[in-house]
Design a protein around this ligand. Structure first.
Ligand SMILES: Cc1ncc(COP(=O)(O)O)c(C=O)c1O
Length: 302
């Protein structure tokens, strides 16, 4: 099928039932923008669960009132998270599954960073595994989205897969026969090869580890840079506004980072992206090291 972006977007359109009054789609905050767009196109109201550092970026499900959960038809989760890298624990999954049982909403678990982690043999817990560990073998109301883009560094291929609740996937497949477009044969063949090979993924992880080691050792004297649970982002605090930080860093040092407030909404009295920037360690080791030096030097001028 296509990449996880298209799949996540289409999923909301397939799941949201417009006949039910005032549908709600819940998602993390900060977040990957597609979740919100998918909710809006599905004529649902988006609601946000904040991911904040004091709670190791774990969502507090009690942040939203019962009245919102009762209207919720779909929730997006992102673990490992973009931009925080935070990984959901078994206890968090348990709490979310219980809420889904109580209110009947579907969980769309975006796991496109599941293969970018730091210790070989210790991958982050995924939703399907959490469901299995909790005795939910049918994965009721749970669908997981994965992608080749990050594990193989090939976002251009638009290759991903979905797995989970068979009844939901059947409906989703029907929806996609109307809406989706097929991948070309050559791209299917190339992506089959990439999915079938683990060696390049192990090497990719090794390179990310090296980039984090280098970047953190350079940045730490100047700012509070921490290793995330997984994924390939640094989520750095900024002593000036995040937009000003990104603008001046680009002008003075020619380094592009994303202002955190662009990735988040004001919810429950805060915007969790304020005074943060997202740094993606996606270039090669040398360029990441050079960028980290420039970011450090910039911090030291503030
Ligand atoms: C959290 C998250 N989900 C999904 C995607 C989309 O990935 P794909 O290339 O599979 O569409 C991205 C891409 O940046 C992402 O950050």
């Amino acid at each position: 099928m296509n990449g996880s972006r298209e799949a996540l977007f289409a999923f909301a359109q397939a799941i949201i039932d417009p006949r039910k009054p005032d549908p709600v789609v819940v998602g993390p905050n900060p977040f990957y923008q597609i979740y919100e767009g998918a909710a809006l196109l599905g004529r649902a109201t988006p609601h946000y669960l904040n991911s904040l550092p004091h709670n190791r970026y774990a969502a507090n499900l009690r942040e939203l009132p019962d009245a919102v959960w009762r209207r919720t038809q779909l929730i997006y989760t992102c673990s490992p998270g973009n931009p925080t890298g935070a990984v959901m624990s078994l206890a968090e999954w348990k709490a979310l599954f219980e809420l889904s049982d109580q209110y009947g909403f579907v969980i769309a678990s975006d796991e496109c960073y599941s293969e970018i982690y730091f210790e070989e043999g210790k991958p982050p817990l995924g939703a399907l595994d959490a469901a299995r560990q909790l005795g939910r073998d049918g994965c009721e109301r749970l669908v997981v989205f994965s992608s080749l883009s990050k594990r193989s560094n090939v976002p251009g291929m638009r290759s991903g897969f979905v797995a989970g609740d068979a009844a939901i996937l059947k409906k989703y497949l029907l929806y996609r026969t109307y809406h989706g477009c097929a991948m070309s044969g050559p791209v299917q063949a190339a992506s089959t090869t990439a999915w079938g090979d683990e060696q390049h993924v192990i090497e990719n992880r090794r390179l990310y580890r090296e980039k984090f080691d280098v970047a953190l050792s350079i940045l730490r004297p100047a700012c509070d840079a921490t290793l995330p649970d997984a994924a390939f982002y640094l989520w750095l605090p900024t002593p000036i506004s995040d937009t000003e930080f990104a603008r001046r860093l680009y002008i003075d040092k020619n380094v592009s980072v994303l202002p955190g407030s662009y990735l988040a909404r004001h919810a429950q009295g805060v915007n969790p992206g304020t005074n943060r920037v997202r740094v993606a360690l996606v270039s090669n080791v040398e360029e990441c090291a050079e960028s980290a030096r420039r970011i450090r030097d910039f911090y030291l001028t503030l």
